[in-house]
Design a protein around this ligand. Structure first.
Ligand code: COA
Length: 380
């Protein structure tokens, strides 16, 4: 690109999409994209996946240590209590549910929740951050129940997070497999380095804006189909394909039109996403317990068809889709469920940012014309 001389000399070539740029240190999670390894605070996700609960992962991200029984009990209680939302929030949800997408409603709810919190010094911030972890779950369940005109179920702080959420959402007691599946999902999506929504939370926190502003930024960023919105789009594709035998034509056509296949590709992973095998294993189990495996088989066939045409990795969102659908969760709640998990990582990152803050402020390379002659409005 030909640039005015003084611009070209002083500003280096930008890195589009900030690919490969290391923006800060973190002690929360690390992603090895070459080997397909995700670690939370040094623990391999393969060890955590089927052996912990979401509440244990929240402890890990907040304390950078796995909890003992006492700490876990305390954490479970605190998240449980936080699932009881301020009454006024129900009015906000009633006003919006069904009129906007659940993700838009959730973004507004997170922002509104900020009105019920006072500004506190950093040392007192973790309990406030933790409240958001509980509150978002109830908000998602409420958004769904209110838009469907279904009666609301009170949160039960004594229950585990995954179990209580499913009960509040579906209005019935979930099975052990369902609880395990959702818990696994929440564990696996809780944090993932400097993904786009976490980065946007940290940019907002970096200005010393408050916690709820940072998490509102994150929810907005997550909603896009290139990030958290991909799970919903992946499921829509699976439903549209409908039968395994139709996957080949669908994928052939999508590639011919140079369309992105949702749930595939990643900026960091060069091999399949570290979370994929666990999500796939759990989704298989869920669908086996249903009488009809068709849509699950469609997903597998889409993966085969994509990979036979292009060496492209399967990301977290692809098998999240049949897992969540297998839990009877409506597709437009998939991304809010992603938020329900990732809020653990977002809030931990915001606390980390505040603890060692410097304004995050990169530069842009100006590529427009310079030294233009000004003409008063009458002469334009
Ligand atoms: C995740 C994603 C945004 C990463 O983007 P990125 O790092 O900027 O990578 P690019 O979009 O530049 O893709 C690099 C190449 O792979 C191809 N590619 C990447 N993802 C693809 C997909 N899902 N389907 C088809 N081709 C894909 C691109 O077309 C490009 O090919 P080219 O070099 O021949 O032009 C991208 O892979 C994508 O859009 N995936 C679908 C959405 C999704 O699943 N998002 C959830 C991410 S966890």
């Amino acid at each position: 690109m030909s640039l005015p001389k003084d611009n070209k000399d002083s500003i280096p070539e930008p890195v589009k999409g900030l690919e490969g740029i290391v923006a800060a240190d973190t002690s929360l999670s690390s992603v090895n994209g070459e080997k397909g390894i995700l670690r939370y605070c040094g623990y391999n996700i393969d060890d955590l996946a089927f052996n912990t609960t979401f509440e244990e992962i929240v402890c890990l991200l907040y304390d950078t240590e796995l909890p003992n029984h006492e700490r876990l009990e305390n954490m479970t209680e605190r998240i449980g209590e936080a699932r009881v939302l301020p009454k006024e929030i129900q009015k906000v949800i009633t006003e919006l549910a069904g009129k906007t997408s659940p993700m838009s409603t959730l973004r507004t709810v997170v922002s509104a929740l900020g009105h019920y919190e006072n500004n506190v010094p950093l040392s007192e911030l973790p309990p406030k951050a933790l409240r958001l972890v509980g509150q978002i779950a109830t908000a998602v369940a409420m958004i769904h129940r209110l838009r469907e005109g279904l009666p609301l179920l009170e949160a039960d702080p004594k229950r585990g997070h995954a179990e209580d959420f499913l009960r509040m959402l579906l209005g019935k007691e979930p099975s052990q497999t369902q609880i395990q599946a959702l818990d696994l999902y929440l564990i696996l999506l809780a944090d993932h380095g400097f993904n786009a929504s976490t980065f946007s939370a940290r940019v907002t926190a970096g200005t010393l804006a408050n916690l709820h502003s940072a998490i509102t930024s994150a929810v907005g960023t997550l909603s896009g189909p290139l990030h958290g919105g991909a799970n919903e789009k992946a499921m829509e594709m699976i439903i549209k394909v409908g039968k395994p035998g139709k996957a080949s034509d669908y994928i052939e056509n999508a590639f011919a039109k140079k369309q992105k296949i949702m749930g595939f590709g990643h900026r960091v992973y060069k091999v399949d996403d570290a979370r994929k095998p666990h999500l796939k294993k759990m989704a298989t189990q869920l669908w086996k317990e249903r009488n009809d495996m068709t849509l699950y088989e469609v997903a597998e066939e889409i993966e085969r068809q994509v990979k036979s045409r292009k060496p492209i990795i399967t990301n977290v969102d692809f098998y999240s889709a049949p897992l969540l659908y297998g839990l009877e969760i409506p597709t437009d709640l998939f991304t809010p469920l992603f938020a329900m998990s990732r809020v653990a990582g977002w809030t931990a990152h915001v606390l980390e940012q505040y603890g060692n803050n410097r304004l995050i402020r990169p530069r842009a390379r100006y590529v427009g014309p310079i030294d233009r002659t000004f003409r008063p409005i009458e002469q334009r």
